[in-house]
Ligand binder design. Structure first.
Ligand code: SF4
Length: 338
């Protein structure tokens, strides 16, 4: 049930956009169950939890001092903005990183230095194949989690080289495929044969992130990486994995304009790729990078445009089985949220 200005309303996509734009809520962590701390991507290292409301899921950061105050009232989490209730939902436990999936970051390190990403600075651990296998076995051995696990997803920074990383991930996917009848998604930086290797290993869905479709911005933000190479890899991936099974994040808030996002989405969608529009996180470890989290209105406008483009080209974002299009926690996903 959603409340805006104290009145019941069905404007739940607007509420989700507002919550994503705010990025987090002030809440006493002790009332929460399983807090998750992402090990990859722009929000790496920041604590968060999942809220389910009116058919939507949102991942909310724990942001002390936020204008949004959340509290537990019976079974519900209630979020208020200056004392006005704006949403009432319930907590969802993450299995590993997010609900319903074991989404594992294999290498929490990176030799690249994308200017919005805290991973190279955080420098986390590197998991071996047996670490990943043990993590999945532990989930399946837990009676509270086993029935809830619907998919496995792997992502990774680049420990020594993109090729080495892809070969390591492909070996892990192969081992998991032999053991488990669950959909497997993989998000990595591509190499010339990553699509072939990951498909042969048994991956079902794949994500290669473009991050931004503004070429000038890409060069500044992602030194040493190539947007053209990622685009070529995405095209090949659609030929191998099929339409609706290839994804790519576009960050919103790096300094790009809407034209670059909309024309970029169109380019990807025409290839058969589903874009994931991801609001930047103004991470304290990247304070020198000029990023601006988009407001709710911009997020909604772009997500609705994406829905229009996907419909026009016959793609569906709601049939994804793994990773972010299936989770929906961080983004407005067409056909699910808008
Ligand atoms: S949407 Fe993606 S990044 Fe966000 S919590 Fe879900 S799986 Fe993780």
């Amino acid at each position: 049930m959603i409340y805006m200005n104290g009145e019941e309303t069905d404007r739940s996509a607007e509420v989700k956009a507002f919550l994503i734009a705010e990025g987090g809520v002030d809440i006493d962590e002790r009332v929460l169950g399983r807090i998750t701390t992402p090990a990859s991507g722009p929000g790496a290292g920041l604590k968060s939890f999942f809220l389910r409301f009116n058919g939507h899921r949102v991942r909310l950061g724990i942001k002390h001092g936020s204008r949004l105050k959340a509290s537990l009232e019976g079974d519900h989490v209630v979020i208020r903005d200056q004392d006005k209730e704006i949403v009432r939902g319930y907590l969802e436990d993450a299995i590993a990183h997010c609900p319903a999936q074991a989404y594992i970051t294999v290498s929490e390190v990176c030799i690249y230095d994308c200017q919005y990403c805290p991973v190279p600075i955080l420098g986390g651990s590197v998991k071996s194949q047996s670490d990943v296998e043990m993590a999945i076995s532990r989930i399946l051995a837990d009676p509270n989690l086993a029935g809830k696990l619907k998919a496995i997803a792997l992502t990774s920074g680049v420990e020594t080289s993109a090729q080495h990383e892809v070969e390591r991930i492909a070996a892990i996917v192969h081992a998991l495929r032999e053991k488990y009848d669950l959909p497997i998604g993989v998000a990595v930086y591509p190499t010339p044969d990553s699509t072939k290797l990951l498909k042969a290993a048994g991956a079902d869905e794949i994500k290669y992130n473009v991050e931004t479709m503004d070429r000038q911005l890409f060069e500044t933000m992602c030194p040493g990486l190539s947007l053209d190479f990622v685009l070529g890899a995405l095209k090949d991936a659609v030929a191998v994995f099929g339409r609706n099974k290839v994804f790519s994040n576009i960050l919103v808030g790096l300094g790009e304009d809407d034209f670059s996002i909309i024309s970029g989405m169109e380019e990807l969608i025409k290839m058969g790729v589903i874009p994931i529009l991801r609001a930047v996180v103004e991470h304290p470890l990247r304070a020198e990078t000029r990023m601006r989290r988009p407001n709710a209105e911009r997020l909604l406008r772009l997500a609705r445009k994406e829905r229009e483009l996907l419909d026009e080209h016959g793609l569906r974002a709601d049939i994804a089985k793994t990773m972010c299009a299936s989770c929906t926690g961080c983004d407005l996903i067409p056909h699910r949220d808008v």
